[in-house]
Design a protein. Sequence first.
Length: 599
Amino acid sequence: MQPTEKKEHVRPFNEDVQLHFDREWFENLHQRAQRGGPWDDWTLYQLAYEAERASLISDFDELQSLLHIQQLTPMPHQIETAKKVLTEMRGRAILADEVGLGKTIEAGLILKEYLIRGLIKKVLILVPASLVLQWVRELNSKFGIPAVAQKKEYMWAQCDIIVASMDTAKRDPHRDIVLGMEYDMLIVDEAHKLKNKKTTNYQFINDLRKKYCLLLTATPVQNDLKELYNLITLLKPGQLGGQGSFQANFVVDKRIPKNEEQLQQELSKVMIRNRRSNGNVNFTKRVVRNIPLTLSPEEQALYDGVTDFVKGRYEESGGDISSALSLVTLQREVCSSRDAVFITLVNMFKKTPEDSPMRPRIWQLVELIRSIKANTKAEKVMEIVRDINEKVIIFTEYRASQEYLMQYLKDNKISAVPYRGGMNRGKKDWMMDLFRNRAQVLVATEAGGEGINLQFCHHMINFDLPWNPMRVEQRIGRVHRLGQQDDVKIYNLSTKGTIEEYILSLLHEKINMFELVIGELDTILERFEKSNSLETHLAKMILSSRSEDEIRKQMDDLGRSFSTIRSEVERSPQQNPAIAGNILNSLGQTIPNEAEAAP
């Protein structure tokens, strides 16, 4: 057997193309055969053979990633979502599952699949700062994906799979580096923040060079169908036509669509929305306990004084609804802690002209605060925490109340850590690690609780309740989600004879929000809030009522309105053209919510 004369042969194919044949392997084989070796190790050959065979894809529609993840068993709806993105959407999709159904797992499956198939190498994942480390951990531990958190400037170029916050990526000097690169895949978590075309976030994502793109959000449309159009245009420009044609073809009003079937068909090409309302996933139960509390005489005197002040200011403004919410906030702060209302009153005092008759009225309230020596709610929290003797997350609306609770818990020898917006990424990660491994209590504000997963905790105390039921549901979704092994215990604190008592009555008894699945709740609120938000409606109702009985009557009327809307939605969820949410909720398969509320 004679070797070929040259390493390469060049054969003309046509005037422009030449084929090159590498024959070096043949020469090496011939030389070794002549010398009787040396031969490569048989074990290494077997390993190479098995590695090559493992990389072969026998069926395009089957997920290869399922063979390579040992620490995770995906749910059926997550597998189906990954298949659909791969085979039908060509790697560009909005993952719009309801809260707690595992959008991160779906994104990880899709990412792993594209990596195994050799279709991508360079990946950028943009998430809220508080979730960077969480994403890195999940990708590393559950999927074996070597993702890293961006910390140094050089990492943009040197690391293939990088997780960073949007704020970091779009800020100099990182911005020019990131925009100068080509990414095989871009993943954006909390993508509803891209709903406005005029924001720097939207422009930044639009300018990024990306081949495949996943946008993750549980709320792809909140206030306006234009938000949905903007997201889809960012993902696939032209999918819904120009903005003018979209408006003409699909929009009656900003929340009311038309040509629903055609719009659903277009959305189904780029969006997947799994729901809890019907399917095969078993969620643990919710056990809700409402705890009414009686304010101390000093706290009640402060509440009554603030209420008189607020109503007086509202009447002086001629019933100006724009000032209603800020005025009612004073009453809500009194129900939370003296510290919260003290800061607001002092700031109000500083901004009031010296000759204004309001100044002495405000100062009288400040003096009332000085007489308060205890916090009824904090005392109840301490009792609950000690009885539970397990990890607990406490949610409060106000930063001052958070600081008060932290000090109160410390004074009572309870280990607690804070979590809030405004903390940098490193501190948030540190607080979460401390809560997971050492502290018994996490005291979180609303801004701090966005996107965090706390399945290792199954007790939650609402120190004060938001007026928007969706925000309550989002709080609960931090602990009541896939992966939670225990029934979730929810403790709602409310003070008797205050606006908190009315709100808890509305949320729990009249809306039954703790029993609703999130899709129903979202749809009912959409229908109700056509003109004003629920918060604005409640503020106006409370301020304009002349007596306790009048407030209760209006609350009863409001409860009946919600019951009527709920009945209509349940009777005909798909045929109701007035609800934009039905367009979304008709997409994809449905997953059940077996959450139950117990009084």
